[in-house]
Design a protein around this ligand. Structure first.
Ligand code: OAD
Length: 260
């Protein structure tokens, strides 16, 4: 295991300690150490083994609903068996320092919420929810019991589908706009475990950069977002995130300091 860069760690810690409002922007890498595969890893990544055209588009679902439903049922089971890791937990625990911590995630696994994060923007939906293919609304309780075939929507009878964003689809209404506003207003943005290749999500750190807010990127590998980072910490989410997020309240202003 390679050494973490102490100077990068120290800089990341200082930037986050000085921030009252932190946006944590995450991708599949934050859940990798919970046993959930990423998408673009050359060998183990999901898109190296499965065809996104067949499994992650509306056309693929319409062509073979049972295949797509089973694939998501398997992923749902894997997610249900997984546990939030130390990075998810550290992000949730940082709320106890009194700072405003908002998680903006591309992940559909629900692990940030299970770790206790109270404000999570799920840009790509959630694998633990389903909805009507024709837009009637969310699935009724009990929908997840059939892992082989998508159950019919109780209102219109067409199959239910996973409530995730497929290729070519819009993000959930309002989610991107809220995330962009939060990124622009944050005092710092912490980016963890995303290749930065999927738009529009990958453009969010630019909203922070445009407001001259620091962006800290944590990833064991080079990413598209390194070039905009104030500091890049090379290392896994579990090794790095708990050691850079603040665990104590911000220091009060020094005695005698002039009021702003
Ligand atoms: P990717 O698979 O594209 O990128 C995962 C990132 O996590 C890479 O930069 C890895 O280096 C990094 N990584 C791997 N292990 C890590 C670890 N232990 N700790 C920290 N980082 C680690 O996943 P995303 O960027 O999330 O969209 O992909 C974005 C979107 O593409 C997904 O939300 C999904 C996919 O198609 C939809 O399904 C709509």
């Amino acid at each position: 295991m390679s050494e973490l860069d102490p100077a990068a760690l120290a800089q990341a810690r200082a930037l986050l300690a000085g921030a009252d409002r932190i946006v944590v922007f995450t991708g599949a890498g934050v859940s990798a150490e919970s046993g959930i595969p990423t998408f673009r890893d050359a060998l183990a990544g999901m898109w190296a083994r499965f065809d996104p055209e067949r499994l992650a588009t509306e056309a693929g679902f319409r062509a073979d609903p049972a295949l797509v439903w089973r694939w998501y049922a398997e992923r749902r089971e894997r997610v249900a068996a997984a546990q939030p890791n130390a990075a998810h937990r550290a992000i949730a625990a940082a709320e106890a320092t009194g700072r405003t911590i908002t998680v903006v995630t591309q992940n559909v696994d629900g692990l940030h919420r299970r770790a206790g994060s109270s404000d999570v923007v799920e840009l790509h939906g959630s694998i633990v929810r389903a909805k009507c293919l024709e837009g009637c609304g969310p699935a009724p309780a009990g929908w997840e019991h059939d892992a082989r075939l998508p159950p019919p929507c109780p209102r219109c009878g067409v199959p239910l589908r996973p409530d995730v964003v497929w290729f070519g689809e819009m993000l959930p209404p309002g989610a991107f706009e809220r995330a962009e506003r939060l990124a622009a207003e944050a005092d710092a943005m912490l980016v963890v475990g995303t290749s930065g290749l999927v738009q529009p999500a990958a453009s969010l750190p630019w909203a922070a950069v445009r407001q001259h807010r620091p962006v800290i990127v944590v990833d064991p590998n080079p990413t598209e977002l390194d070039r905009l980072a104030t500091v890049t910490v090379r290392g896994s989410a579990v090794r790095v995130v708990p050691s850079i997020l603040p665990t104590t309240r911000p220091a009060p202003p020094a005695r005698g300091a002039a009021a702003p």
